[in-house]
Design a binder for this molecule. Structure first.
Ligand code: ADP
Ligand code: ZN
Ligand code: ZN
Length: 723
């Protein structure tokens, strides 16, 4: 008997000891089923025979050891333990969340591994006459006499019941097929001649193979970053090493996948939230056994086990979907860098609009900086024009100058993209008589009017209700939509351009399975078309027929309390603009605004993102904001606003004992009420990362004892991206 220390998926910052038989040869990273209170939980063995004191007589026994081979190999255990420490999240939850759902539920891995069958010793010695009454069994027995057969081969010619009969009679037995790593690709190279900048980038990555190196590929939209990735991958596959490509949530379209599959004759697998549980487990196993050569996935792909990982690529490294915004709030870029370090492999971050964190790292030489300043096929970057909306008569939110330019492009048979970052028909319904607006009664927000689904939906808590007939204030029936969302813009454009095809791309229009792909396919058809959408349009798509991009309303984003807002707006504008003029004709971007003189707009238009970002960094340095200081954010929610404030006040008091922490707050969160609860926050800044984490540990161990902690729900977000 021995004792194992087990990490369990419970929100407690401790481990639990259990007894297990030594004969089972348990090791670290294996799953176990254990009794916990009156439940049974799946946990991960974290330590074997821990030395410090426990009373063996009080320990319960492991019910079942679920793995022979560690489900979480040592390298992943190291990565996850680092992550749990860094983000101050309970280790058990972190470890378990890295496993596919079926493994979290305790399923037996061997049920999902490819199987084969062979004759048992007695099966081999069997006399042919023993099976003479069953022709089918005899046929399978004879087939197995030649050599072992995989499950799929057996089932091509024999039935499952015949197989079961041979297994039951112990004539045949099941074996797990050893994995076969992928074979190096045979397909032809692209035939593209790399530009000088691309060639330099590819060489830099080649030189980094086999060791930890961070590289930032800062390439303007259409500069051929994907081509750089593909050429780097090609040489790595020849070394029989695997590649992980992390993309934003929406970036994982069949077009992306097709581009990789067209180039290489190796298994390319996808990992994203729309996979079924068994598809996920399949992908996980293919990565672990080395059968998959390339995995393209969203942020959690970072926790996949790999047989031999040689390169990590993060495409659109600035993208906000890389940060998990609830529960275990990790940043996939930062953890991927840690993973590359543990793995001794290079990591390539690519984007047209680097995050200020990565840019700072590149400019201060911690990352190798690889700029691609020009578009690959020599096209010009799109040119910005400001459309001053002041004192203009607008038609459906569009100035006459904008409408004229749209007409011109459509007449030439080209495509126009209209960007409006607001889905639904209208941001609210309003009473014509008294000015009453439809509000969510659980959030400090208005409810969006969705005309097609005939609902009022709160975009913060998801609550939806039927459309009222009467004003909630005065009873009038004169309710009208206020403002414009993408659904309405589409309807209005159809009136203005009745003969033009329109494609809308937002979360509502793409909810149905396959709808997004259909929309992307439509956009790739030649011919005049209007494309309307939200920030979904900004994500790396290659739309060669778009020559004009209209940013319908930029004003809402110009004034925000979040210090990251200018950076995020500059990224969004540049990315949306970057969809224009990627084909042979040039591109124009019309920016409609009431504030044409706004400094941020002027900077982006005159100087471009690269210049904006560099001056924004200088400003961050002067104001001591990240990346020049580290930031941790405590958020708290409660039914009473006082409880939030008091709890954070107590935390701020406590933080005073650490001179290295400066606190800002407590202040109400930007959305002060959500789903019926009040929300407040406290920001903690520090120049010293290590000491900040020690202080946070100390604060966390204190606050667990506060009586008020039972009345609130709190959360800590290290390096938050959203304030
Ligand atoms: P990015 O990912 O930087 O936005 P892409 O990789 O999608 O850019 O490339 C944009 C376009 O330029 C694609 O059509 C691609 O085939 C083309 N391209 C890339 N590299 C080259 C090159 N060296 N010569 C000519 N065309 C190129
Ligand atoms: Zn709500
Ligand atoms: Zn009214």
């Amino acid at each position: 008997m021995t004792v194992v220390r087990v990490a369990l998926p419970v929100p407690l910052r401790k481990h639990f000891d259990y007894i297990i038989s030594t004969e089972l040869s348990p090791h670290v990273g294996c799953r176990v089923l254990v009794p916990f209170g009156n439940r049974k939980l799946v946990g991960i063995i974290w330590q074997i025979a821990p030395e410090d004191g426990f009373d063996e007589t009080k320990l319960k026994t492991v019910i079942k050891l679920l793995d022979i081979d560690a489900a979480l190999p040592p390298l992943l255990c190291q990565l996850l333990s680092f992550a749990a420490d860094y983000y101050h999240h309970p280790l058990g939850e972190v470890l378990i969340s890295a496993l596919p759902a079926l493994l979290r539920e305790g399923r037996d891995l061997s049920d999902y591994q490819p199987k084969a069958y062979q004759l048992t010793r007695s099966g081999k010695q069997l006399d042919a006459s023993a099976l003479k009454r069953s022709v089918k069994q005899q046929a399978l027995w004879q087939a197995l006499q030649q050599h072992q057969l995989t499950e799929s081969v057996v089932l091509q010619q024999h039935s499952r019941s015949t197989l079961k009969q041979l297994l039951d009679k112990q004539i045949a037995e099941e074996i797990i097929v050893p994995p076969i790593p992928f074979i190096a690709p045979l397909k032809a190279p692209s035939g593209l001649k790399l530009t000088a900048a691309q060639a330099l980038a590819v060489t830099a990555v080649h030189q980094a193979y086999g060791r930890f190196e961070r590289l930032l590929l800062e390439g303007v939209t259409g500069s051929g970053k994907t081509e750089v990735y593909l050429q780097c991958i090609a040489s790595l596959l020849l070394k029989q090493q695997q590649v992980l490509v992390i993309v934003p949530e929406i970036g994982l379209t069949p077009q992306t996948l097709a581009r990789f599959q067209a180039r290489f004759d190796v298994p390319v697998l996808c990992w994203h939230s729309a996979l079924t549980d068994s598809e996920r487990l399949h992908c996980w196993l293919q990565a672990k056994t080395g059968a998959a050569a390339i995995i393209i996935g969203t942020r959690s792909a970072l926790f996949l086990p790999f047989w031999q990982l040689g390169l990590i690529i993060i495409d659109e490294e600035h993208d906000q979907s890389l940060k998990q915004q609830d529960g275990f709030r990790y940043h996939a870029r930062d953890l991927a860098i840690k993973r590359a370090a543990l793995q001794h492999c290079p990591i390539l971050l690519g984007t047209a609009t680097p995050s200020l964190e990565s840019l700072h790292n590149a400019l201060s030489k911690r990352f190798i900086h690889l700029p691609l300043p020009d578009r690959a096929a020599g096209q010009a970057l799109p040119k910005f024009e400001l459309v001053d909306l002041k004192q203009q008569v607008l038609q459906f939110g569009l100035a006459s100058q904008t409408l004229n330019q749209i007409k011109q492009q459509l007449n030439l048979g080209l495509q126009v993209m209209l960007f409006l970052n607001r889905r639904g028909f209208a941001p609210a319904l309003s009473c014509q008589e008294c000015g009453w607006l439809t509000e969510c009664h659980r959030c400090s927000a208005f409810t969006t009017y969705h005309k097609q689904s005939r609902q009022l939906v709160c975009h913060h808590c998801g609550a939806s209700k039927a459309i009222p007939r009467q004003c909630g204030g005065c009873g009038s029936t004169q309710l009208k939509p206020l403002g414009q969302g993408t659904e309405q813009l589409e309807e209005n454009l159809q009136q203005l351009f009745p003969d033009t095809a329109i494609t809308r791309l937002d979360r509502d229009s793409t909810r149905r399975k396959g709808a997004l792909n259909q929309a992307l396919e439509d956009i790739h058809q030649p011919g005049a078309r209007l494309i309307v959408g939200t920030q979904m349009l900004a994500k790396g798509h290659h739309f060669p027929n778009v020559t004009l991009v209209v940013i319908v309303d930029v004003d809402g984003a110009l004034y925000s309390s979040d210090f990251r807002a200018p950076e995020q707006l500059a990224q969004l504008l540049t990315q949306v603009a970057g969809r224009a003029g990627r084909g042979n004709t040039g591109g124009t971007v019309l920016l409609q605004t009431h504030y044409p003189e706004h400094a941020l707009l002027q900077d982006i238009i005159q100087n471009g993102y690269a210049s904006f970002a560099r001056s924004a960094l200088v400003e961050r340095e002067q104001t001591r904001l990240p990346p020049f200081q580290h930031l941790a954010l405590f958020s708290v929610e409660a039914h009473q606003a006082d409880h939030c404030q008091q709890w954070l006040q107590q935390l701020a008091e406590c933080a005073k004992q650490f001179p290295e922490l400066q606190s800002l707050g407590p202040i109400p969160a930007p959305l002060e009420r959500r789903a019926g609860k009040y929300r407040w926050q406290l920001q903690l800044y520090s120049a010293a990362r290590g000491r900040m984490h020690l202080a946070l540990d100390n604060l966390l161990s204190n606050l667990a004892r506060w009586p008020l902690s039972r009345k609130v729900k709190w959360q800590l977000d290290v390096d938050p991206t959203d304030l």
